[in-house]
Design a binder for this molecule. Sequence first.
Ligand code: E4P
Length: 218
Amino acid sequence: MQFFIDTASIEQIQEAKDFGLMDGVTTNPSLMAKEGITGQQNILDHYKKIADLVDGDVSAEVISTDYEGIVREGKALAEIAPNIVVKVPMIKDGVKAISHFTKEGIKTNCTLVFSPGQAILAAKAGATYVSPFIGRIDDITWPGMDLIRDMAEIYAIQGFETLILAASIRNALHIVDAAKSGADVVTSPLSAYMGLLKHPLTDIGLAKFLADHEKANS
Ligand code: E4P
């Protein structure tokens, strides 16, 4: 399973890169706004900075919601760097644009996916990645992880090559469950990955090893 970091913060991306396990980056308009990146040229420049920093794929989201606008914006984003993936919302014109990008050889990430039916449409259109939003489904008391399991089953039966990118990940348990449920990629803030490190027996065991060493060597 690949680990993507879900942020537009250069500092966080650098930290994840230094940790050594980062395979790619996802962003969205809310994350860009949170970093104070506004204005078309600044947005393109910021994506370029991220793409240069990262070896793997970087999802950059379109703002347009009509077919012509999505295609125009997506092409401009794809021209920034070869590792830019055009992130397109799961709407009718978005699916049409993903089909177009697929024919043009432009990588896509179909975002805001909340049902198996939407996941089938994204895969039929040839999306490189599809992003089911697990945390947001959990937020309305539906089990978000069921969607990953359904998608993994459908994609395996149908032979779809679209990669399942588990998104809206809020904690370390989400990452473990996404791995068990068949996600190809998980995207998450760095804090959830750091949560994977934690176990009290590790801390207790390490303290004992160090104390025994200290006793024997003093
Ligand atoms: C995915 O690509 C999105 O950027 C992200 O995971 C959404 O997460 P949120 O529901 O925590 O905003």
